[in-house]
Design a protein around this ligand. Sequence first.
Ligand SMILES: [Zn+2]
Length: 352
Amino acid sequence: MTLMLSLEEFLRRIPKVDIHYHIMGGVSPNTMYELNLKYHGGLSYSQIEDYFVRDVNKSKGAIYALEMLYSLMREHDDLYRVAYEIGRSSSNNGVRYQELTWNPGEIAMPYTDATESLIAGFFKAEQDFGTVTRLIPGINRERSPEHAVEMVTDVVNHPYSEVIGIGMDYKEHDAPPEIFWKAYRIAKDAGLLLTAHCCEWEMHWRNLETALDLLQCDRIDHGYSVLDSEQLTARCRDNGVFFTVVPSNSYFWKKYGGNTPEWRSNHPLRRMLRSGLRIIPATDDPELHLTNATNCYRSLIEDFNFSIDDIRQCIVNGIDGCWASSNHKKLWHCNWLKEFDELRLQLTDQFE
Ligand SMILES: [Zn+2]
């Protein structure tokens, strides 16, 4: 007799990637509290917990918490610990491969020291739990384009095989992609792959077009405004542009009043899927969004009406859109999908 799997267990076990994930957004409240104690930060546990409360009326978002977390990363052990814990948690949620981002410019440690601490922590986690991690240093676009050039030059001058590309995050409102073209060109010329946060707050779709045409991004984080232009949607569909999309994205969640019918019907990710765009579900800031890779996929089914076939397509998109080697991708296509289909056979009847 075959044992039946609950939906949650199925979604936990299916092999998956998570390739839009901010390392600071994966720090648990407990770790933040202990680092705060270590550095005599003076925050009580309830003050720490407050950073992790998900409330539509909360005025301060994830970026506010990220700033506090960066200030607690001061030496090797801090980053090593955070990396190791993230590797363990991702593995517990069936993430076999992840590409994680962080902002080297926000940590008061030399780029090389911080990178080596993260690589060491993730490597130990890979040995203990199996999840493979690669790194994407991110431009904080709230700082200047010159700062971005400096950061990327530092990355290019100190190559690591685990550092495979660059990204760009923080608020897009006063920092359109074009002002960062030079940093992106330096990265591209050095052979790094490119992504950028784009249209997260319903910015004009032109920002997406600029990220593709001028920055020459290999994939896009968010990119929701693509749906505002039929032409751009068709172009992205025809060219197979990959979008990492976040079911727990705070902007739409707040805009539509939390977990409401409006949120469920207006979050763009379902329309992106139906438009034939290659979307890859991601956790973004899992601890701050009170989620993980399992719940990310669960939300697609329970909140956004995805079918198991849609989930399978998302897994395929993740394999194709991640930056692992083509040999790994071929292997994963074969092994992961076989595993997916075997687990699917054990899924309780209501989902088939
Ligand atoms: Zn993000």
